[in-house]
Design a binder for this molecule. Structure first.
Ligand SMILES: [Zn+2]
Length: 486
C-alpha cells in the first residue's frame, strides 16, 4: 500500500507538461519512487485450478497453481506439487485458462484512435484542433491505460510520439491501473507530413545528414528514450540511396549508446536497409513485395523481431470510406466515452456524401492485395525462425487503444499462425521485443505477475481472449468490468 500511496498521490500527471521535460528532476524523483517494489505490501495470493499457458511456447500445465507475492510470481506448477503457504489468499479459477498479460509492441499515446490525431488522413482540425487533441492525450493518458488493461493488455511499446510520452514509462511502471510502457519518443523521420507537428514541439526530428542522425540519437539517449525509432519513408525528392547513410549512422550510434534501433519500413527495399543498419524490430509488415531469401536470411541472422500490424490499414480504409465496420463498432463499449464519441463522427453525413465510391473500391482492392502479401510474408518469416510479435499500431484512425488487440490476434491466426504461436508472439516474444524479456511476458518464477484469466482455451483459438474474465496487474486482481475506462 505504501507504494500505491506514493505513486497515486504524487502530482506527476497534474504538472506533466513542464515537469516531464526536466529529465534531471524526473530521474531524481524516480530514484526515490523506485526504491519500492511493485506490489509491495500487497496481500499474497494463489491462483488455483486453471490450465496455465506459460507464454514462452512451453507445454501448458493443467490444474495448476501460481503463487504471487509482492507483485511477482514466486511459485508455478501443477496443483499437486505446489504448496500454498499459510496466510495466502486462494483465488479459485478451476476450469479457466491463465495466460501472461498481452503485450502490444506497437502503440502511440500521441494519437487518438481517430482523425483528430491524424489530420493528414482526414482533416477535422476546424472542429477538433490538433493542438487540443494532443494536449488532451498528454493530460489524460489514463483513458488509454484503462482501455488497455480492460482488454488484457498489460504492457505496451510506444514506438514514436511527442517527447512527453517518454515520461509514461516511469509514471506507469508501478501504477497498477496502467500497463507497463516503454517509449521511443520523437521519431527520426525522413519525411515530414507537416500537419503532425505543433509550433512548440514535434513528434519528429528530421536528420539531414549522418552527423545529425548521431546527434539525435545521443539526445534521445540523454532524455530517456527506450529505443531509436526511424520512420524510413522514401519520397521523390529523397530517394532511398540518399537516406541510407542517415539510417546506417542512426543504427551505429544507437548500438554505441546501447539503445535498440526500431524501424518503420513497409517496403522490401527499405526493410533491407533497416536490417543492414542493425534494426532489432521492424514495426510493420513488408507489404509491397514477397520477402526474398536474402531478406529472410538477414532477419534470421540478426534475430530481428517482426511486428506485422495486419489490421491498421483497415482502419484507414474505414476512415476514408466514412464507414465503421462491425469490428470497430463492437469495440466502442470498451473504450473511453470521449473516444467513442469521436469515432462515431466517422460516419458524419456531410463526409459520407463526399466519398468517391469508385475510388474507394480501388483502394479496398489495393488493401486486399497488400493484406495477402502481408499474410504470406508473415508465415514465411515465422517458418524461417524470425521472432514474430504482435502490434496493433493503436492510436491510428479506428485502431483503438485496447480492444483492437483482439482483431490483430485473430488476424495473425487467420494469416496462418497457430493459436500457440500467436500466444507466444503476444506475450513472451513481445516482452523481449520491448526490452522486458527478463521480467514480463511469461508465467515463471521471478516474473512480474501480469496475468489473464480466460474462460476459453487460447491454445485452441485466440478468439478465447475475448472471454477475458479477470486481469492481474502486478499482483492486483481485477474483475474485467472494474477496468472499464470511464
Ligand atoms: Zn505506428
Amino acid at each position: 500500500m505504501v507504494r500505491t500511496f506514493l505513486v497515486g498521490t504524487f502530482p506527476l500527471r497534474a504538472s506533466a507538461g513542464p515537469f516531464l521535460h526536466d529529465a534531471g528532476m524526473l530521474h531524481r524523483l524516480l530514484a526515490c519512487l523506485l526504491l519500492v517494489a511493485p506490489g509491495f505490501g500487497q496481500e499474497p495470493i494463489a491462483l488455483v485450478g486453471a490450465t496455465i499457458c506459460p507464454g514462452d511456447g512451453g507445454a501448458p500445465i493443467p490444474n495448476g497453481t501460481v503463487v504471487v507475492r509482492e507483485g511477482r510470481i514466486v511459485a508455478v506448477g501443477p496443483r499437486a506439487e505446489v504448496t500454498v503457504p499459510a496466510g495466502v489468499t486462494v483465488v479459485d479459477i478451476a476450469g479457466c485458462y491463465l495466460t501472461p498479460g498481452l503485450i502490444d509492441t506497437h502503440v502511440h499515446y500521441s494519437q487518438t484512435g481517430w482523425a483528430d490525431g491524424r489530420p493528414d488522413a482526414r482533416d477535422v482540425r476546424a472542429e477538433f484542433p490538433y493542438a487540443q487533441a494532443m494536449a488532451d492525450n498528454q493530460a489524460h493518458p489514463e483513458r488509454f491505460h484503462r482501455a488497455f488493461l480492460h482488454s488484457g493488455v498489460t504492457a505496451v511499446f510506444d514506438v514514436g510520439g511527442y517527447p512527453w510520452t517518454r515520461g509514461l514509462a516511469a509514471a506507469c511502471e508501478h501504477d497498477l491501473r496502467a500497463p507497463h510502457v516503454a517509449a521511443a519518443g520523437a521519431l527520426l523521420a525522413t519525411y515530414d507530413p507537416k500537419v503532425l507537428t505543433l509550433p512548440d514541439q514535434s513528434q519528429f526530428v528530421f536528420p539531414m545528414s549522418a552527423d545529425e542522425a548521431r546527434a539525435a540519437v545521443r539526445s534521445h539517449r540523454a532524455f530517456g528514450s527506450a529505443a531509436i525509432k526511424v520512420w524510413l519513408i522514401e519520397t521523390p525528392d529523397r530517394p532511398l540511396a540518399s537516406l541510407v547513410p542517415i539510417v546506417m549512422a542512426a543504427g551505429d550510434e544507437a548500438r554505441r549508446v546501447g539503445l535498440p534501433l526500431i524501424v518503420h519500413s513497409t517496403t522490401l527495399a527499405t526493410a533491407k536497409v533497416a536490417v543492414a543498419a542493425g534494426a532489432q524490430l521492424l514495426v510493420h509488415s513488408v507489404e509491397d513485395h514477397e520477402v526474398d531469401d536474402e531478406f529472410v536470411a538477414a532477419m534470421v541472422k540478426q534475430g530481428t523481431f517482426y511486428c506485422p500490424t495486419l489490421t491498421v490499414l483497415g482502419g484507414y480504409a474505414g476512415l476514408y470510406e466514412a464507414k465503421l465496420g462491425d469490428a470497430v463498432r463492437a469495440q466502442l463499449e470498451d473504450v473511453h466515452p470521449s473516444v467513442k464519441e469521436r469515432v462515431l463522427r466517422t460516419e458524419d453525413a456531410a463526409v459520407r456524401a463526399k466519398v468517391n465510391t469508385l475510388a474507394m473500391q480501388g483502394m479496398r482492392k489495393h488493401f486486399a492485395q497488400q493484406s495477402e502479401t502481408m499474410a504470406r510474408n508473415l508465415v514465411r518469416l515465422h517458418a524461417a525462425g524470425v521472432p514474430v510479435v504482435l502490434g496493433t499500431d493503436a492510436g491510428n484512425p479506428l485502431t483503438l487503444h485496447g480492444p483492437s488487440i483482439f482483431v490483430e490476434l485473430e488476424a495473425m491466426q487467420q494469416a496462418g499462425l497457430s493459436a500457440v504461436d500467436v500466444l507466444k508472439a503476444s506475450t513472451g516474444d513481445a516482452a523481449r521485443a520491448m526490452g522486458r524479456g527478463a521480467d514480463l511476458g511469461v508465467i515463471a518464477v521471478g516474473r512480474v505477475a501480469d496475468l489473464l484469466v480466460l474462460k476459453d482455451d487460447p491454445m485452441q483459438d485466440v478468439r478465447a481472449f475475448r472471454s477475458l474474465l479477470r486481469v492481474c496487474r502486478g499482483g492486483q486482481v481485477y474483475e474485467r468490468a472494474a477496468l472499464l475506462p470511464r
